[in-house]
Each structure stands twice: as C-alpha cells, then as structure tokens.
Design a protein around this ligand. Structure first.
Ligand code: 9MG
Length: 295
C-alpha cells in the first residue's frame, strides 16, 4: 500500500522545530519516584530536591547528545495497573525539570499528560508538544490544547490504565483505531485545533493483546492516510517481552529496536524510546541502507 505524504515537513513545537523529513527519536524521561535508580532519594510526596531535578535534566541532555530530537517528560505512570496521581503532585514532578531543560536545549520538549492544568503549566514552562494517552478526552483537555497552540499527539487507548489489559476486545482492531483517529481529528478541528497540529499513535499495549499489537504494527501504513505523523511507543513493552518468551524489561533492548525499525518501515515518523543511543544507531544504519544518510 503506498504511503500518503505528510501535511507538514516540520512541526513547530512552541518555537522549537522538529523535522519530519526523516524518522525521529523521542527520548523518554519519566519523572516518577519509581523511575529512579537510587531508591529512597525522593518519595515524590515532598518538593523535588534540586539534586533530583538536576539529575533528570542531565539525563535529558544526555539523550539529546545521543541523538534524541525531542524529549517526552511525564510525571504520571500510564503502565497497565498504574494508579493516577493528583494535579499538584504531577505539577511538582514535571515543571521544575521542564523549566530547567527548556533553557538548556534547542530541542523540543513534549509533556506526557492528560490533565489540562499540567498541559498549561508545562507549555508555560517551555514544553512545545502535548503527548496525551487519552487523546484529549479528559474534561477540559481539548479546550486547553486548542488554546495552547502547540502540536498534540492523540493516542488510542481502550479503557483506562488501571484495567485496560484485563480483557481487551475488538471486532477489527485496525478499523476501530482508524475510526477512533477519524473521530478525534474531527472533534479537534471542530474545537479549533487544526489538523496540521496533530500526530497519531495507535497506542501499543494500551488495551491490546499481543495479537492486536501485531495487527496494528503490520497495518501501520494504513494510518498514514490521515497525512499526519505517526508516533509509536514499543520500547521495552510487554509485547516485546512476550515475543521473547517472557524476557524481563531490562532484556528487551534488541527486540525493541527490531520492532521500532519495523514501525519505521511501515510508516512511523517518531519513535518513543528509552534507549536513545542504540535506537539512533540502528535508525542511522536503517536509513543509510535505504539510501538516506542521516548525518
Ligand atoms: C506515555 N506513553 C507510554 N507509552 C506510550 C506510547 O506508546 N505512546 C505515547 N504517545 N505515549 C506513551
């Protein structure tokens, strides 16, 4: 199936540019207490210590140096079974990091949130893209995103993070995700959020079985027909572990890279990854073999 061209070749992320002419790497920066390698340094309930903030900023700058062209910062886990956090706690986690990072890199910062209050504060602090796993379906999110004027990634999710993996069911997962995108795009446009500011993500692992995920990956090309960049997150996900006979999270790097390159082959423009350097290197070789020298 031929791939449809993108509506835009560069995304303006609040004044910082993200090129879409070739696949891009989005580095994941989780600012949740459970994401810290030194347990006990910060419980997440009190104000973030400045050393913790500085360490997160330094991790992000390392990802940029390794070739990430956008950093996705999140303060609430959306893993299956995770419990939501309150607005104040999420703000306390992400805003200090965004504020400091925005002053130290010309690369765009994405805020991974579904809360309108966090979207607003994050963009005011320097974020230039909203990554919403709820696709702006939370109260007030659509209106806030429309006003903020930055691009938004609309991700498909069946159910909600706490229970989404209990019994995911579809008549036709590819058709249903395509319908979801069509409806969300129309809703965004009606609310004053133009199509050109949207990115789409099928939401691997968000209310999907392994079979659903594989069908979506095989048919990713179909979603290019919206003319919008496709963002995919496959890094370290349970589908990789399942295909590797139950490999633990820390043993999913090579599988994640194989899946990411397959996604690019099927039309993905942005890869959301934990392991930036290996992903950049794999992508560089993949693109060179396709006749597109990245650097
Ligand atoms: C926050 N988050 C976790 N997984 C994700 C994925 O696959 N896509 C996007 N857009 N965000 C994700």
């Amino acid at each position: 199936m031929p791939r449809s061209p993108l509506l835009l070749t560069t995304l303006d992320c609040g004044g910082k540019a993200l090129s879409l002419t070739r696949p891009q790497i989005m580095g994941i920066l989780n600012v949740t207490p459970d994401s810290f390698s030194e347990p006990g340094r910060w419980s997440g309930e009190e104000e973030m210590p400045s050393a913790v903030c500085a360490a997160r900023v330094s991790d992000a700058l390392e990802m940029v140096a390794a070739g990430a062209t956008i950093i996705d910062i999140g303060g609430e886990s959306t893993r299956p079974g995770s419990t939501p956090v309150g607005v104040d706690e999420e703000l306390a986690r992400v805003i200090p990091v965004i504020t400091q990072l925005a002053q130290r890199t010309h690369r765009p910062i994405s805020i991974d949130t579904s809360k309108p209050e966090v979207m607003r504060a994050a963009v005011a602090a320097g974020a230039g893209l909203i990554n919403d796993v709820w696709a702006l379906r939370r109260p007030g999110a659509l209106e806030s995103a429309a006003e903020l004027g930055v691009p938004v990634c609309l991700m498909h999710m069946q159910g909600e993070p706490g229970t989404m993996q209990h019994t995911p069911r579809y008549r036709d997962v590819v058709a249903e995700v395509a319908d979801f995108f069509a409806h969300r795009i129309a809703t965004c446009e009606a609310a004053g959020l133009p199509r050109q500011r949207l990115l789409l993500d099928p939401g691997f692992g968000f209310g999907k079985t392994l079979e659903h995920n594989l069908q979506l990956l095989h048919n990713l090309e179909l979603f290019t027909h919206f003319g919008l960049p496709l963002l995919v997150g496959l890094s370290r996900k349970s589908m990789i572990g399942a295909l590797l006979n139950g490999a633990a999270v820390e043993q999913r790097l090579y599988g994640s890279i194989a899946a990411a390159l397959s996604a690019v082959q099927h039309g993905a423009t942005i890869l959301r990854v934990h392991d930036v350097r290996p992903s950049v290197e794999a992508l560089t070789i993949y693109c060179a073999l396709k006749g597109d020298l990245r650097r």
